[in-house]
Design a protein around this ligand. Sequence first.
Ligand code: GTQ
Length: 379
Amino acid sequence: MSNDTYDQYRESVAGRADVSDTPELLAYYRQLEQLKTGALWTVANKIEPWQPKSQSVPVLWRYAELREHVLRSVALVSPEKAGRRVIYLDNPGRREVSAAVGWLYSGLQVMHPGEVASAHAHSSSALRFIMEGRGAYTIVDGHKMTLEANDFVLTPNGTWHEHGVEADGLPCIWQDGLDIPLVNALEAGFYAVHPDLHQAVAHPVDDAVALWGAPGLRPQDVGWNRPYSPLFKYQWGPTYEALQRYARATEGSPFDGLLMHYTNPVSGGHVMATIGASMQLLRPGFAGRAHRHTGSFIYQVAKGHGHSIIDGQRFDWKERDIFCVPSWAWHEHVNGSASEDACLFCFSDLPVMEKLGLYREEAYAEHHGHQPVITPAAA
Ligand code: GTQ
């Protein structure tokens, strides 16, 4: 069925379940229940909504509020005891599945100089976005990567991975993004701890970038057939430069400004099978139009300040804040500065939506493309 067909018939009531309870029917339902069955018309309108109705609520997590609590965990638990010392983002509508939004998990992980978190592997795909500190590193299947602020790192599903901070570094905080809730919903999650607790570094440091990180170039005689990108690290410097060049060459999108997807250099597609990521630049004074689409999205402000209106609620953000846009929620982004650009890092389940044929997008047609603000910014 085409999208037009959906829209044409969306609100017609005929053909929807409309059965009132009677004593006979209630008795009948009880009998069905005992046989572990049910009458579809009692649940049909709930399980087949006209359009997506997310259980997740839009949330802004302010780094200024979170940071001290994240740092306090260092004195309270060790990475050895905790496994991963992380404060996770708990969407009030998704507590049961520990999701930040939809089927995505996110948390803030903190490590002090000299600390290490042991190596493990799991069915979930993971990423990190570095927020602050110096000397952080991640080792993925023997490939060690040094990490700096705004670097984006992959730890794809099935890979051994461990994190640490060099002894001469500074306390580090990064955002973890994983598809744990999705993998659990699909009942497909396995988890293993590395037999030696740590991996040997089997390649030159940052070799993934040396091999796969040169734009438009591909190494000779190096094969790659895994379902994720061999470029495990995407550095902030080249990413920001690419966005600036892109901004000089094009107007960009009226909704997203200048948005570039991080890609698998072999396939040109998303970085991992279930999680995609992007960085977008909002020009000084940019006020994006509202639109909505399927998929769950978690943003981290990499640069600048501004606000987003999500389903009529205004959220004022600045560097390091994190916010989420639930599936099918109207959203628009505004750069709060007339002289500086703003950059938003984002990860999402877009690859899942696209592969399953579930991606759908709609522009906000009224009020010149901008939502009325129902809830002003919280103090
Ligand atoms: O570092 O591998 O925040 O497995 C949650 C689960 C981080 C990790 C998290 C994990 C990790």
